[in-house]
Design a protein around this ligand. Sequence first.
Ligand code: THU
Length: 142
Amino acid sequence: MTNLTDEQRQKLIQAALEARRWAYAPYSHYHVGAALLTSSNRIYDGVNVENAAYPDGICAERVAVFKAVSEGEREFTAIVVATQNGGTPCGSCRQVLAEFGLDTMVLIADESGVVQQEMSVRELLPGSFGAASLTKNEKRKA
Ligand code: THU
């Protein structure tokens, strides 16, 4: 687990808050901004993008991860998720974050940028299914 400097932390929170304005959420009106810090010290942001065909929408966290991965990044230090009320990442986003490392820190901020909760992906998704689960010798628990 990498500790963020105060500067990195503030920059990341600010990036998530600023991204939030671009959320496309005409159905839920729940605007989410995410900002993901890579080990190369770059920030990729993301917002939720909804669709009239509801299940086709996507969360802010996954947009940020997919943007980063599509630019060649695979190592993530931290992600800030900013919402009006400090909501936590959904199960699908936890799973997508887990794919790239259980040590990534997740900071949950409210609309004022106050961090309400802070935990690792490991803590957010205990007992996660990952690449190791697919190997032949992995014991399967009933
Ligand atoms: N949403 C996110 O962007 N991230 C989450 O972790 C939880 C939910 C979005 C999906 C949908 O556009 C809206 O918030 C309401 O569920």
